[in-house]
Design a protein around this ligand. Structure first.
Ligand SMILES: [Zn+2]
Length: 197
């Protein structure tokens, strides 16, 4: 079964914070792991409106800061970054749709328990993730692996692109391919690229 069909099994946490504290956190049932250190590192990044990826060996972390809130997800390394970005975009959208965040956070007696019901919404998002149509699965050929690989791209990434085809680098198994995706989610060429960083 593809990962995005049961993404919940691969998630470690979803966290929404401001610069001071956690506003909301979801973890799988029976998970007692804490991610304070990772979240503190994430908070130190002041840049807004761009997704950041971190590969921690046994876990991937994706985060984005927007409107003074920081959204973070931790997952198994089996989950492609684009899936995690799509998930966070949707979580952020639903969070703002459900709550008037700025007003709530402006209360001096603000209590994070107010967001407890959002856990159910997160469970729903996770359960129905594949049916939300937030991602597209594209088959690309890698000359190094000599196989066809599934590449997931966010629908929003293609739809909000300024021009086509859109380049995306797919890093896997210690090497990377550069794929060009057109507005119909078809790939228009794949090149082997060098990586540094
Ligand atoms: Zn390959």
């Amino acid at each position: 079964m593809p990962v995005y069909r049961n993404i919940g099994e691969f998630l470690e946490f979803i966290n929404i914070s401001n610069d001071e504290f956690t506003i909301f956190e979801w973890k799988p049932p029976k998970s007692f792991r804490r991610f304070d250190l990772d979240l503190n590192i994430v908070k130190e990044n002041p840049l807004s409106d761009i997704f950041f990826h971190k590969d921690k060996g046994n876990m991937k972390i994706v985060h984005i800061r927007n409107n003074n809130l920081i959204y973070t997800v931790g997952a198994s390394i089996k989950v492609q970054f684009q899936l995690l970005e799509a998930l966070l975009e949707h979580v952020s959208f639903k969070f703002h749709e459900t709550y008037d965040i700025d007003v709530i956070l402006s209360y001096s007696n603000f209590n994070p328990n107010i967001f407890n019901n959002f856990k159910e919404m997160i469970e729903d998002i996770i359960k129905n993730f594949a049916d939300l149509d937030l991602v597209k699965r594209i088959q690309v050929e890698c000359r190094v692996c000599r196989t066809v690989l599934p590449l997931f791209v966010k629908r929003s990434f293609i739809q909000n692109a300024e021009s086509y085809p859109v380049p995306i680098v797919y890093v896997h198994e210690g090497h990377a391919i550069l794929c060009f995706i057109d507005q119909n989610f078809q790939h228009r060429g794949v090149e082997l690229v060098n990586i540094t960083g």
